[in-house]
Design a protein. Structure first.
Lengths: 226, 226
DNA sequence: CCAAAAGTGTTCGACTTACACCCATGT
DNA sequence: ACATGGGTGTAAGTCGAACACTTTTGG
């Protein structure tokens, strides 16, 4: 803390960070990616990946960069969530954090601990550890947004790889809604969306009838329903 | 620019501002409150009210304060919208702006030009002037959010005073949706929400049958539907 | 008495929900 | 052969959309 402080302003400026809540579905449960903090404050505690905004980078870029640096995760669905700026939320200095939430298929996540992070880990949303800062609040907001968006968008498809079966899609919805769904009604609904198409291929997995594979018609974009 | 710059940091910090898009309905049109900028950059151009975050105030507080200072408007519905932080959005320095949107009944708005503002004015959303910064983008986002929320919340009630008639409520929805609605279906829908109750009073206005007055059952809060 | 907005029910079609059996495969 | 998940249709109920006339007042 004895370094020079050459960046000076006529009025005090808060620091700006991004924090990212990355969700995936593994082991039939909604899970969240956390890092174990290596440095104070809250050293040793679990926290959302994230970090300070560079002075010449956009907010979205910052979120993607911090996520890649700290966890190795890249090229996943990323959406700005809400900005948290309560006065005392960081004990070091005034920090305004632009929170993001991100979704990814479990398979595409090459997670590795990065620079600032002592370790990374996946946690079931119903069994989170103690969290640094106001990150529990951010996670709650991200989860609310995710569940709300299920209703009017195809966001849940972001949890699946490029091709998937209707059974896999149904299990995603069942996990997110924490409810069992009727198979016939679900398939009717999914096909009526006009967002997916059969690839023509099937997947053999286990000792039962092979399942048809589907893909999103419009590549990887999230569509709005209604 | 010859003043001292005593606030120094080891890394560059962006400035943080809030900008507020205040909507109301007057003359059967959705209108937006703008201020004419008195100072550079964009001096003389129209812009959203807003300004710099004080180092010891919350984001919501900043939005309410800036709105009151620049326009005299206070105690209205205020909701955080989105955070805009593109690198070049302010020519002076890096500025991250937390945008808010606000709704108010036309009657409760005691608008007056304040400190930084040379003047304030209401503009129909379909006839906005040239705008400073990226404020056109912020307004577009605010309008999208407003329209989306009509569908699943009682946010439109914020455009009405404490008591109102069903006809007034219907005109609010018709203005926002830019569509004519069926009177009987609208009334059935509005009453079925279980969000409003008759006051028992009527209002006489013009040479026709008096209208029953209603109020929100749960004071001034926005309820979620579905 | 006329103009103007307030107030009021029923019918039809569309969408959502509930529900049970046969199919194709691996072991 | 059997266990496992894949795949399919129909009937009932619920919800939203269309639609016209009477009421009450002020001028």
């Amino acid at each position: 803390m004895s370094q020079p402080k050459p960046h000076c302003y006529a009025y005090p400026h808060p620091a700006v960070t991004t924090d990212i809540a990355v969700f995936t579905i593994r082991e039939d449960a909604l899970q969240l990616l956390l890092i174990r903090r290596g440095n104070p404050p809250y050293a040793g505690a679990w926290a959302l990946p994230g970090g300070f905004l560079d002075i010449d980078e956009d907010l979205d870029t910052c979120a993607a960069r911090e996520l890649a640096e700290e966890t190795g995760v890249r090229d996943i669905y990323l959406e700005q969530l809400y900005t948290f700026g309560a006065v005392g939320r960081d004990p070091r200095e005034r920090v305004v954090s632009v929170a993001y939430f991100a979704l990814a298929p479990a398979g595409r996540l090459a997670v590795q601990a990065g620079d600032d992070a002592a370790a990374t880990g996946w946690f079931r949303l119903d069994a989170l550890p103690e969290l640094a800062f106001d990150h529990a609040e951010i996670i709650a907001a991200a989860h609310r947004r995710l569940v709300a968006k299920l209703d009017y968008s195809t966001i849940a498809f972001q949890f699946l790889p490029e091709t998937f079966t209707l059974g896999e899609l149904q299990r995603v919805y069942e996990t997110l809604l924490d409810a069992e769904l009727d198979k016939r009604n679900f398939r009717k609904w999914a096909l009526a969306l006009e967002q997916i198409e059969a690839t023509g291929e099937v997947r053999r997995r286990g000792s039962h009838r092979p399942a048809r594979l589907y893909r999103l018609t419009d590549r990887k974009q999230v569509a709005f329903l209604r």
